[in-house]
Design a protein. Structure first.
Length: 91
């Protein structure tokens, strides 16, 4: 069972855009994402990563000027809700 849980946690791992993106939205991450999984309109307060398409390449992490992007298992506690915020955008 532990092996299944480990595999599951690897399979569903994604990257998440958190609070520092709000009102910045310079789209630097969009330009480097190889699978085009970062979205959001001009009316949205931030951009969002589609967890179903993200391949965890980490290229967006270095591209972000305000350190808003994290692996979901490395998301700071104060921004934990942003995992769901990103998921809900694509629901
Ligand atoms: S980790 Fe890679 S695939 Fe996922 S959003 Fe960032 S650039 Fe795109
Ligand atoms: S690079 Fe960072 S601040 Fe810019 S849109 Fe992406 S997540 Fe937001």
């Amino acid at each position: 069972m532990w092996l299944w849980n480990l595999l599951l946690s690897i399979i569903i791992m994604t990257h998440v855009i958190a609070q520092p993106c709000i009102d910045i939205k310079d789209k630097a991450c969009v330009d480097v994402c190889p699978v085009d999984c970062i979205h959001g309109s001009d009316d949205d307060s931030q951009l969002y990563i589609n967890p179903d398409d993200c391949i965890d390449c980490t290229l967006c992490v270095d591209a972000c000027p305000v350190d808003a992007i994290f692996s979901d298992d490395d998301l700071p506690e104060e921004w934990a809700e942003f995992k769901e915020v990103n998921e809900k955008f694509f629901a």
